[in-house]
Design a protein around this ligand. Structure first.
Ligand code: SF4
Length: 459
């Protein structure tokens, strides 16, 4: 094999598989990802780009000459997982000192690189979140060059049914508990044409569902010429031939507009699911968290969404035990959960992130919520939500739902309803990528089970 840099034609990236087994260690990569959908999407795009420049994936770090850890710092536990992995890699680097190690993602910010350089000697390079090209440029032995940005799918021999496409990077808010603006920087929207073109290329290669991603996805476009909005983008992406389903996340209550609600309600391929983090159910806490809305405003928004889409699935995020949260504030969150009756709630016990305003409050014993209390509140909320989800899902019993099948799971086919509920059913044929109708005969808080009723006929 020649080590000369050659031009590699886009769209014809070598496939992962047996033919790659003879790839030497110096041209194998190992990417390890912690964190949110944005990180997963970045890593998929990185893998595709690395394959495009002539690398092949390695099963384990010791088989790779190029190791990338895509990190998350939303909670202390996510950082601890990365630090644990780096200790393993430190041992490996002693035996194989020619390995190149990159720490990528939200742990890397302009504020902490010099500290990390001292604390993490096993890391050769630190790269800011989402900078895929910067990571690819560090791969030591490329065989090719890409002629256009890689699509966010690593292995086109098995194109995924559902692909996430970042449309915006960074965040302009300054929620007290959140480190993301420090690490991902100010908001940058990708241009409309670039996004539509990318979706067209992804769908042409077999994907059926696209989820548009942003930290505050509803604010997309405000920094672009002409200030297009997410409703405009949804209309444009919706027209991509072959696209079956369109979703977007994550919304912000202060940014969601009636125009956007209207667009979701009126576009048949745009799925009725809104991810709208509320974080707390008491105005004092929302003010302390610097969220920019009140409980009343949130509830009125939910009302407008449900008026426009009666079958919408509502999903939210909640933090319990944020510094300053009293029993009364927490009771407000429990009331809000009971009032809205979300389909799904991501609940996290607060964990201090250095450099944030809430971390300063947490350092004050009068403000900090004791760990035991945080966990007790988390468990109480999880129990409440489990009951709500159980009851909400019981409404599906005996009904027929439309399911886009994503793949196989423990001998059953696994897919999702328009509202993103997980559905399992059995069938002898390969159902991957099919849009089918499933009659629901069992429900639980986290998923539905049923039997195939037939294909979906669509105009
Ligand atoms: S909106 Fe708030 S919680 Fe979300 S990324 Fe921005 S600062 Fe963080």
């Amino acid at each position: 094999m020649s080590d000369m840099l050659t031009f590699y034609p886009a769209g014809a990236a070598p496939q992962v598989g047996a033919s790659r087994d003879d790839t030497p260690r110096e041209r194998r990569y190992f990417v390890w990802t912690v964190g949110c959908q944005m990180n997963i999407s970045d890593s998929e795009r990185l893998e595709a780009a690395l394959q495009g420049v002539g690398y092949a994936p390695a099963e384990q770090p010791s088989d790779a000459g190029f190791i990338v850890l895509n990190s998350c710092s939303v909670r202390a536990s996510a950082e601890e997982r990365i630090i644990g992995k780096l200790s393993e890699i430190q041992r490996l680097k002693r035996e194989l000192p020619d390995t190149t190690v990159v720490l990528w993602g939200c742990m890397v910010g302009p504020d902490n690189q010099s500290i990390f350089r001292e604390r993490l000697p096993m890391v050769d390079h630190f790269v800011s979140p989402s900078a895929v090209d910067a990571v690819v440029a560090l791969a030591p032995n490329p065989r090719y060059q890409l002629d256009e940005p890689a699509l966010p799918v690593a292995d086109w021999s098995h194109p995924p049914v559902s692909v996430h496409v970042p449309i915006q990077y960074g965040c302009n808010m300054s929620c007290a508990f959140c480190v993301i603006p420090l690490r991902r920087g100010r908001e940058r929207s990708r241009p409309l044409d670039e996004i539509v073109d990318e979706v067209r290329r992804i769908v042409a290669r077999g994907a059926r569902e696209i989820t548009l991603l942003g930290q505050i996805v509803d604010s997309w476009g405000h920094d672009l010429p002409g200030r297009p909005d997410l409703a405009t983008l949804l209309h444009a992406v919706h027209e991509v031939p072959g696209l079956v389903r369109l979703r977007f996340l994550t919304s912000h209550p202060a940014w969601m507009t009636d125009r956007l609600i209207e667009a979701v309600a009126s576009l048949p391929r745009c799925m009725p699911e809104i991810n709208l983090p509320v974080q707390a159910g008491h105005d004092d806490m929302l003010r302390l968290m610097r969220r920019g809305y009140t409980v009343a405003r949130y509830l009125s928004l939910v009302e407008r969404i449900r008026a426009a889409m009666p079958h919408v699935a509502m999903v939210t995020d909640i933090i319990v035990g944020h510094p300053g949260e009293t029993a009364e504030h927490f009771a407000g969150t429990q009331r809000l959960l009971g009032a809205v009756r979300f389909d799904k709630v991501h609940i996290a016990a607060y964990s201090a992130r250095p450099g944030t305003r809430a971390a300063l409050l947490e350092a004050d014993p009068a403000q900090a919520v004791p760990e035991g209390e945080k966990q007790a509140r988390r468990v109480a909320l999880e129990r409440q939500q489990e009951q709500i989800a159980t009851e909400r899902n019981q409404h599906f019993l005996g009904t027929t739902v439309e399911v886009l099948v994503e793949g196989e799971h423990r001998g059953k086919w696994r897919g999702r309803t328009p509202g993103n509920k997980l559905v399992f059913f059995s069938h002898p044929a390969d159902m991957t990528g099919q849009l089918v109708r499933v009659q629901i005969d069992a429900t639980g808080p986290w998923s539905l089970r049923g039997s195939l009723a037939g294909p979906v006929e669509r105009a």
